[in-house]
Design a protein around this ligand. Structure first.
Ligand code: UDP
Ligand code: MG
Length: 320
């Protein structure tokens, strides 16, 4: 039986033909320097250039290489998820194929992992990307994410990170969520650390993303809030909002009663009557949505045998 490698490197590839050979060489050197057994998993995400044939050649001429070929372009997150499903190592390293990440940083990420952290995030402190389309929006996004999630990481968008595999095993990746792996992991109780990494400008090939990515990231944020805080108690979330509406309805209704009995205005002349009815109805509906969501989270957890908690380990006395 082939022995399982200690480290798995996962690399999503979409139209990167010029980068793959130099990347493989740099990776091989960096991984051999760690002195541990490793596998490199390239996930070809439906490339239309020569990437796939370069990858096939690499797999034939290098040990420890596996190429997962997706049927079409599913996007970076899906490609990463495919790689994670194949990974066998105890430690999983994710990085980009475009040589913007430097494989020579990997040993330092692993050192941190050995210190007992579950996720070690790369931080591109001196990022080599255009200011307005990449660096500035990512600064803002990272700031917002840090505020709403409380995960103290500078650079969520940096793909180069190292993970203990069991942390990744419990995370389902949808949409563009690979960017939030640190956050999702943190919520599962993973201990996170950060290491400065070098970042190079893209020399070959083109960036696959434009400014429109910001909109997707912004749309992901409310989802993140919902997933993080309310997945196990949605009726509290919706109920809170619904109660605010009921409160506003009560204020309006009080005004109507006051004006009727103390100032003699007919209730039907008072616009607050309509507002009171409106707020009460909307509030009631939001509370109902919370109850529906409550039933849906039960289906969500039970259909997937998901638990509402995560165990790190169980310690037993001898003979137990
Ligand atoms: N990528 C992918 N599928 C896609 C888009 C990108 O697998 O649909 C890969 C791409 O080949 C690269 C990584 O994801 O290895 C990051 O892409 P890119 O360098 O274009 O992103 P940027 O660094 O510009 O944010
Ligand atoms: Mg890049």
């Amino acid at each position: 039986m082939p022995s399982t490698p200690e480290l798995s490197v996962i690399i999503p590839v979409y139209n990167e033909e010029g980068n793959l050979l130099p990347l493989q060489e740099a990776l091989r050197q960096a991984m051999e320097a760690t002195g541990r057994s490793y596998e490199i998993i390239y996930c070809d995400d439906g490339s239309q250039d020569g990437s796939l044939s370069v990858l096939k050649n690499i797999a034939q001429s290098h040990p420890g290489v596996r190429v997962v070929v997706l049927r079409r372009n599913f996007g970076q997150t899906a490609a990463i998820a495919a790689g994670i499903d194949q990974a066998r190592g105890n430690a999983v390293i994710l990085m980009d194929a475009d040589l913007q990440n430097d494989p020579r940083d990997i040993p330092r990420l692993l050192d941190k992992l050995d210190e007992g952290y579950d996720i070690v995030s790369g931080w591109r402190k001196h990022r080599q990307d255009p200011l307005f389309t990449k660096r500035l929006p990512s600064r803002i996004a990272n700031w917002i994410i840090a505020r709403i999630t409380g995960v103290p990481i500078h650079d969520h968008g940096c793909t180069l990170k190292a993970y203990r595999r069991e942390v990744l095993g419990g995370i389902a990746l949808y949409g563009e969520m690979h960017r939030f792996l640190t956050v999702l992991g943190h919520w599962m109780g993973a201990r996170t650390a950060e290491v400065e990494v070098t970042h190079h400008p893209r020399v070959r090939g083109k960036s696959k993303y434009t400014l429109s990515r910001i909109i997707k990231v912004l749309l992901d944020l409310p989802l993140l809030i919902l997933l993080g805080n309310f997945l196990t108690r949605p009726s509290h979330f919706f109920g809170g909002i619904g109660m605010l509406f009921q409160f506003a309805a009560a204020l309006c209704a009080l005004d109507v009663l006051y004006e009727k009995y103390f100032e003699g205005d007919k209730a039907s002349n008072n616009p607050f009557l309509l507002l009171a009815v409106f707020f009460a109805l909307v509030g009631a509906q939001i509370i109902m949505i919370g109850l529906l969501a409550e039933m849906m989270t039960r289906v969500y957890h039970e259909s997937q045998q998901k638990k509402t908690y995560v165990i790190r380990e169980i310690i037993r006395s001898p003979g137990e």
